[in-house]
Design a protein around this ligand. Sequence first.
Ligand SMILES: Cc1cc2nc3c(=O)[nH]c(=O)nc-3n(C[C@H](O)[C@H](O)[C@H](O)COP(=O)(O)OP(=O)(O)OC[C@H]3O[C@@H](n4cnc5c(N)ncnc54)[C@H](O)[C@@H]3O)c2cc1C
Length: 377
Amino acid sequence: MKHADVIVVGAGPAGCAAAWDLAHAGLDVLLLDRKAFPRTKPCAGGLTVKALLRLRYSVAPVIQRVISEIEVTRNGGRVSRFRARAPMVAMTVRRELDAYCLDQTLAKGARLLLAEAADVAQDAEGVSLTTAKGETLRARWLVGADGANSRVRRLIGMAPGERALALEGHVPIPATGAPHLRFDFERVRGGYGWIFPKADHLNVGLYTQAPGVTFGKSDLVAYAREAAGAETVEDMVGYPLGIGGAGYAPPPGRVLLAGDAAGMAERLLGEGLHNAIKSGQTAAAAILAAEAEADPVRAHRRALRPIQADLHACNAGAGWLYSGHPLGWMAMISPPGKSALSRGFAAGMTLAEILPTSPFALAYPVADLGGRLPAQA
Ligand SMILES: Cc1cc2nc3c(=O)[nH]c(=O)nc-3n(C[C@H](O)[C@H](O)[C@H](O)COP(=O)(O)OP(=O)(O)OC[C@H]3O[C@@H](n4cnc5c(N)ncnc54)[C@H](O)[C@@H]3O)c2cc1C
């Protein structure tokens, strides 16, 4: 039987963030993933400034583009532009980003095991995990960071979380050059279509957070043709996002959830990377508090509060934006709204931090991103 202080299931952004902090603190961490890296993960790979600032290391080597202008439309109407004097989003490709973050985490001292978690059992002293091949692993704590379809979540008896849905694909960059990053709100009900420009292709996709709304590949092909002039769309794949984490109450025990497994993607835009990183770090902090004799569940609940405040703010934003009522949209694209959002995103602020001051926030500081973006940005 293999032993460790902590087993982390899932080597995506949440799992790597947890494992990095735990290994940094000197704990013996066994990081499990069922897929060998580099592996693909359906995701548009947009890393906001707040996400870049949460990471313990620069991911500049895998940033393909830096975005400081975003176009948005609603119901096919007029284009509004969000501009900042500083970067708002960094474009990555998850295959590269995740492999890079995993390398950083292994360099910190975490151990990697290529295996699928099949069963989890807790007792007073620790957690036993059985892999799909029947191997048993044992640790004092386990972090379930196994994504929106989390098996760990099911195995500890939690009901499946709320989900959003996204479908993405790749199209060539037009001969006229890469377009701006773009959101076409209400291209699908309760969501949007997106175009994210990468180094050698555009990532196009459809997102909805509205229950019961579905779309298919033909919808994405139609959107890509309309918005990016693309004839065909390659690598189309749909995947759920774990949302609903504003109400996540960590259950007592030795298993902590992080990232999409805990519903930490926000509902408004489906941004999941920032909270995956943050909630992975939060789970690690709770375990470190527990190792120092504090109450881990209380520590975890307390540390989750800022994340959940932001998830509430995003829920409210989604309520305004997707309700069909024009006021939310008008507030967003009004000059003070655009200014507050652009500057706030460039400053690495969360929506919960931006909203209270938004009509007056004309003077947000710009984040000090020294070393976190590629040299040419
Ligand atoms: C199409 C799409 C586009 C998106 N675009 C963006 C974006 O641009 N920006 C953004 O911020 N967010 C985006 N998101 C959301 C983002 O992808 C997720 O929120 C984020 O990946 C969550 O990270 P995670 O670490 O919790 O889970 P994941 O990234 O899903 O990682 C989970 C890991 O667990 C492993 N695993 C799963 N089950 C097991 C098991 N039983 N045993 C062992 N290993 C297991 C998987 O192989 C995987 O490596 C998008 C989502 C989708 C679907």
